[in-house]
Every structure is written in C-alpha cells, then in structure tokens.
Design a protein around this ligand. Structure first.
Ligand code: NAD
Length: 307
C-alpha cells in the first residue's frame, strides 16, 4: 500500500518523520510530493496512491479520476472545503479530517488577538483587561472548548452558543449556554467566532447580529472569512466607532478595513491559527494513524463524506 503526502505547503520535517514512522510501522510505503506548484504533478503522483494526506491541497474530481487505487484522503486539519466530497463518494473514496489537533493553537491565537485589541494594538496608550469581561464563544466545538479553558485563566465571564452542542455539555464546563446567537452578541463584550463555513453560516455575521454588541464590543474571527458579511460589517463599524474587529482570516476588503478602521481592525497577514510546530505535528501524525486504522481495521471515525 502506498501512502502519498501531497502538500504544496509542506509539513515541518519533524511531522513528516512522525508520519513516516506510523506508515512504515504498519508495513506501508510513504511517498512525498511537496511544493508541487502545478496540478499536473499532483495528478501524476496520485496514480498509484492508496491513501493521500493533504493540507490545503485541492482534491477535486479530476484528481480523484487520476487516482485509480485511492481509498482514503485525510485532510490534516479541521476544515475540508478543499475536497470535493460528492466526487469522493462517487469514487468510493473515504474523506476524513483530523479534528481537534490544532484547536489549542487556534484558541491561543484568538487570545493573542483579544489582548492586542484591548491594549489598543500596543500603541502606547492605556488599554483595558480581559478579566471580568463577558466572553461569547460562538460555536462550542474543538476550538471553542479550548477558548473556554483558556478564558477561565483570564478570569472572564464565559458564555457560549452552539446550534448543535447540547446545553448540558456546555454547562458541564462551567460555561453559560445561551439560547441563540442573538442573545450571545447582545450579552458579550467580546465574541470569538468558531463556526464552520456552511450554507447556513455564510454571511451570517452581519450588521443585525454584531450590531447587538454592547459599547466597546470586540469581534474576533479565527474561523472562516466566508461567515462574515463584510459589506455589512464595514457599514456597522462606520456607524459605531466603538467596535473592533480582529481576524486571522484576511477579509477580501482588507484594504478598506485598513483605511477606514485604523486602530480598531487587524488581520494576520495570512491564516496563522494552526501554524504552530505542535499543531503541524499533531495533525500529520493523526492523519497517518487514521489511514492505518482505516486500511487495517476499516475504522471510519472522522469520516466527513457520505458512503
Ligand atoms: P468543530 O467542528 O470542532 O466545531 C464547530 C462547531 O460549530 C460545532 O460544535 C458545531 O455544532 C457548531 N456549529 C455548526 N454550525 C453552527 C451554527 N450555524 N451555529 C452555531 N454553531 C454551529 O470545528 P473547530 O475545529 O472548532 O473549528 C472551528 C472553526 O475554526 C472552523 O471554521 C474552522 O474552519 C476554523 N479553523 C480555523 C483555523 C485557523 O487557522 N484560523 C484552524 C482550524 C480551524
């Protein structure tokens, strides 16, 4: 069996070493395709692969057509919108992600952004503290839970809303579960976004919702850019000079945000939430273990496409 690591943006060497160890211990062969640039090289490399580990690499119908032996694709990371799930199902290929492996990294970055905002972007003026502030966690998944854990250390008053996670699960962590996104935004001084980009959530963070935040409200986005209705957020921030927006996912309208909202808007230059050595290693090794579990025992935990 051949396991291909196809990463245009390569894993750290230590992660590749860990992946190799898992794959070879199972008696499989590891092939590496890094920084391939052109799709043609990917199409060539997948021809005899039984399994593929990817990062943000695109796996579409053309790639699946070329990969005649392919049984499983694992996206080392949480988001998997770079894989055509329907085409994978049609090709009888199992698609998995590695949820939770980079959650602490993303959660820590959310706090980096929060501290930066309340300390006025480190501009030398007196800021404020997170302690005692109401934090709203919008979606209580893997990242949201890590945010809650860290927020306790900061002494924040923690609220969460999740459309699917039971109230009891949220409250078992000592976090106040609210009944709607509207209530979360109306209640909290800081809202940290952790929803996935779905048909329902796209553009859902809009004027009406963020406009509910109390004076001095801070919105932190380490989730996805698509969930923000950028035009409405710009309009709202024009109307309300007290609001701040900090993001790890650069908006399409970044230049406009920069020009209009200096001092209360910041974006990382590129998505950095999961960019830590630890997250990189964890996700890569988890992907390798999931492939071995699938090929040896048929384990489909973490499958994200239909059969
Ligand atoms: P997760 O799947 O563990 O959790 C997502 C949560 O969202 C689930 O609890 C789900 O019930 C909830 N949810 C889904 N739809 C909802 C809705 N309409 N309203 C409220 N809650 C809803 O995902 P995660 O690992 O916690 O990741 C969260 C987000 O962070 C995702 O958007 C992911 O793409 C993003 N992410 C970003 C980075 C980065 O580098 N910045 C890295 C990893 C993940």
């Amino acid at each position: 069996m051949k396991v291909l690591v196809a990463t245009d943006k390569p894993f750290a060497k230590v992660a590749v070493d860990g992946i190799r160890k898992e794959i070879e211990a199972a008696g499989y062969e590891l092939a590496l395709l890094e920084k391939y640039g052109e799709k043609a090289k990917l199409l060539e490399a997948v021809v005899d692969a039984d399994a593929i580990i990817i990062r943000s690499d695109i796996i579409d119908a053309e790639v699946l057509d070329a990969a005649k032996q392919l049984k499983i694709v694992v996206r080392a990371g949480a988001g998997y919108d770079n894989v055509d799930l329907e085409a994978a199902t049609a090709h009888n290929v199992c698609v998995m992600n590695t949820p939770g492996q980079n959650s602490n990294a993303v959660a820590e970055l959310a706090f980096g952004l929060m501290v930066m905002a309340v300390r006025n972007m480190y501009n030398g003026t007196s800021g404020s503290e997170l302690k005692g502030k109401k934090l709203g966690i919008h979606a209580y998944g893997n990242v949201g839970r890590n945010v809650a854990r860290i927020a306790k250390g900061f002494g924040m008053d923690i609220y969460a809303y999740d459309a699917f996670c039971p109230k009891e699960v949220i409250e078992a962590d000592g976090v106040k579960a609210v009944a709607s996104a509207e209530e979360l935004y109306s209640t909290c001084d800081v809202v940290s976004l952790h929803i996935p980009a779905t048909a329902e959530t796209k553009n859902s963070i809009n004027h009406a919702l963020v406009g509910r935040m109390p004076k001095g409200g801070l919105l932190v986005n380490t989730a996805r850019k698509e969930v923000i209705n950028e035009a409405e957020l710009i309009q709202l921030m024009e109307e309300r000079a007290d609001l701040k927006y900090m993001t790890d996912i650069m908006p399409a309208a970044h230049e406009t945000f920069m020009a209009k909202f200096a001092g209360r808007y910041f974006s990382t230059p590129k998505k950095m939430g999961a960019q830590t050595a630890e997250a990189n290693i964890n996700a890569g090794i988890a992907a390798a273990k999931q492939i071995v579990g699938f090929l040896k025992d048929g384990c489909e935990k973490f499958r994200v496409n239909k059969k």
